[in-house]
Design a protein around this ligand. Structure first.
Ligand SMILES: NC(=O)c1ccc[n+]([C@@H]2O[C@H](COP(=O)([O-])OP(=O)(O)OC[C@H]3O[C@@H](n4cnc5c(N)ncnc54)[C@H](O)[C@@H]3O)[C@@H](O)[C@H]2O)c1
Length: 241
């Protein structure tokens, strides 16, 4: 088996209809993976695109805040080798807004509790089988406060950077590695109505979804077998650890 390969592996990706999630599905499929793709509604479009190329794709539609639905999916997948906890939500709001507390709770629930809903049963399953990879999708916001994000999102993604280490310590003795990718501003639907000062980015441009998907896929492969508990910064140089 080539180390930079996902041949014969099954990769579960949440947020698979979105910019980074759908591109991660394409890259993992190119590396030979079978896919389980999840989003709020079944990610039919990306599934059909990849099935037309002969890729084995299973789809599911539910909210990652739904603990029961998430646990049911993890229990019923026949094979599971890697999990990409990518689904995310970023309201571009003002913490002075009268309804902001509601946005706070929703943002924490989707970006933090939603990840736990997936990885509580997911890590347990990978530990029981004695191998596996987990990749969380964090953000530069959780590393250095973000370029424009509101504090609920910064808190949630900062929490992901801590959670990755907690999960990695639990998984490592069982040959399960847990890591995160922390993207900078990336040209997806999430930032479609935002403008960024690209001169403040050392590489002078936003990331493409593919430039985030490739490191995520790499962390799912055997080539990343000794990377454990890290948060990989993929941000054009905005934040250098
Ligand atoms: N685009 C950026 O600039 C950027 C930067 C840093 C981090 N990120 C992170 O990358 C990940 C992917 O974001 P993206 O840029 O592709 O955005 P996107 O909006 O294109 O995709 C996000 C996907 O998550 C899904 N989703 C949202 N809430 C969900 C829920 N409760 N249950 C199930 N699915 C849900 C959405 O339907 C959508 O398909 C997110 O975790 C995001 O926070 C994005």
């Amino acid at each position: 088996m080539m180390p930079f390969s996902l041949a014969g592996k099954t990769v579960l990706i949440t947020g698979a209809s979105g910019g980074i999630g759908s591109e991660t599905a394409r890259v993992c499929a190119q590396l030979g993976a079978r896919l389980v793709l999840v989003d709020l509604s079944e990610p039919v479009q990306i599934a059909q695109e990849l099935q037309a190329k002969g890729v084995n794709v299973q789809i599911a539609g539910f909210d990652v805040r739904d603990r029961r639905a998430t646990e049911d999916l993890v229990a019923q997948i026949p094979e599971l080798d890697a999990i990409v906890a990518n689904a995310g939500f970023c309201p571009w709001d003002d913490w002075n807004d009268p309804d902001w507390d509601d946005a706070f709770h929703k943002t924490i629930d989707v970006n933090a509790l939603g990840v736990i809903n997936l990885l509580r049963p997911g890590l347990d399953r990978l530990i029981r089988q004695g191998h596996g990879r987990i990749v969380l999708v964090s953000s530069v916001a959780g590393r250095m406060g973000g370029l424009k994000a509101s504090p609920h999102y910064v808190i949630a993604k900062g929490g992901i950077n801590a959670l990755v280490k907690w999960l990695a310590r639990k998984g490592a003795p069982h040959n399960v590695t847990v890591n995160a990718v922390a993207p900078g501003a990336t040209a997806t639907g999430m930032v479609a109505d935002q403008t960024f000062d690209e001169t403040a980015i050392p590489l002078r441009r936003l990331a493409t979804p593919q430039e985030i998907a490739q490191p995520i896929a790499f962390l799912c492969t055997d080539a990343a077998s000794y990377i454990c508990g890290t948060t990989l910064d993929v941000n054009g140089g905005v934040f250098m650890n």
